[in-house]
Design a protein around this ligand. Sequence first.
Ligand SMILES: NC(=O)c1ccc[n+]([C@@H]2O[C@H](COP(=O)([O-])OP(=O)(O)OC[C@H]3O[C@@H](n4cnc5c(N)ncnc54)[C@H](O)[C@@H]3O)[C@@H](O)[C@H]2O)c1
Length: 410
Amino acid sequence: MPGDLERGRQKVEWARAHMPVLEGIRRRFEAAQPFGGLTISAVLHVESKTAALALALQAGGARVHLAAGNPLSTDDDAVAVLLESGIATHAVRGESVADFREGIRAMLEADPDVIIDDGADLVALIHTTRKDRGKIRGSTEETTTGVTRLRALARSRHLLFPAIDVNDAEMKHLFDNRYGTGQSTLDGIFSATNLLIAGRVCVVAGYGWCGKGVASRLRGLGGEVIVTEVDPVKAIEARLDGFRVTPMLDAAPQADLIVTVTGNTSVVRAEHFKVLKDGCVLANSGHFDVEVSRPDLEGLAVSHRTVRPSVEEYRFADGRRAYLLGEGRLINLAAGQGHPVEIMDLSFALQALSAEHLAKHGLTMEARVQPVPPELDRLVAEAALAPLGVGLDHLTPEQVTYLGQWEEGS
Ligand SMILES: NC(=O)c1ccc[n+]([C@@H]2O[C@H](COP(=O)([O-])OP(=O)(O)OC[C@H]3O[C@@H](n4cnc5c(N)ncnc54)[C@H](O)[C@@H]3O)[C@@H](O)[C@H]2O)c1
């Protein structure tokens, strides 16, 4: 369905009005033109906040090309605005997997100088189709799964160019993964199901940054939360945060809702479906649609139908039913509106600054996975203080001296 330009303008205007950090960067870009003559190819979830980032890069002189990071996460209204603004955008909500892949291929064909990736699909494509970096100065990576893939790629062969790990910047994962995914995952589940959380047994698979956010918000709404983990430290952390921690096999027969946020594959699979509680809702907020095994669901189910938009019912031979949300894709984007705007202000401010860093220094940087320069993380933190209503104390000269010495103790 083609987007509505006027509705798109309103959405992008709303996003920009609530993204003061990125807006400040956009104004500086407009004056300094750090991307003059450069092409940026970005694979991201294409919606209003992403449009604000793309427009900021364009204001900095870049020719921006944008493709969907997921076939179900596109907001067609935002696409209408992007196209009108001259940003070559390859994204249609609900597009086929073939069209989605074609969009990523188009990002490569745009012959980029700088790449912005979310899940490492574009970087992976480059490394399977090319032997040299061409004029690519480097890439940035938005999410945990993309960083995991980049590290695996770097272990198996040389990276062709530097890749900045935006995900692990403090101003990204501490807020985007935890508070962003925490809130928006529930937004997606509510929109899809209109069901109650209070008094329900909610299972959260994975107690990483995203899992912590999802689990705490489900508890805040009165859900009885069980966490599943494979890492003993995270499992103990979840226990001491007050959650029950059990294997998925024990949790599945009790679960009214299961949310996966592991970045792993087949976390909920045939052995769990065989004991799943009747009516259990299955949602995934991890990057790829492999955390809830759809092939296993399809193999075990005797019937399948769509019962609401974004809700598919699978019925097993003994009559039990499981409800899969958003085809097992990121539920916060498949059925919700993505992360809250203020959160994406921080993440995309880091993306914009990291892209600028690559434009300036990428050609002389080592071709490896690199952290966001700490000064950029701090710049975003400082710019976010006032908009978020945060006041800081400052170290007194005595405190600076005290913290810089070793002689004075007890
Ligand atoms: N929905 C979104 O908008 C959004 C936002 C940010 C990140 N993500 C994605 O969410 C996923 C998780 O990201 P994160 O930052 O929380 O990662 P993380 O590495 O901090 O946490 C993942 C956790 O899952 C655990 N885990 C792995 N396999 C498991 C299994 N089989 N069963 C139970 N636990 C298991 C790991 O031990 C780890 O503690 C990634 O795919 C990431 O890309 C999604």
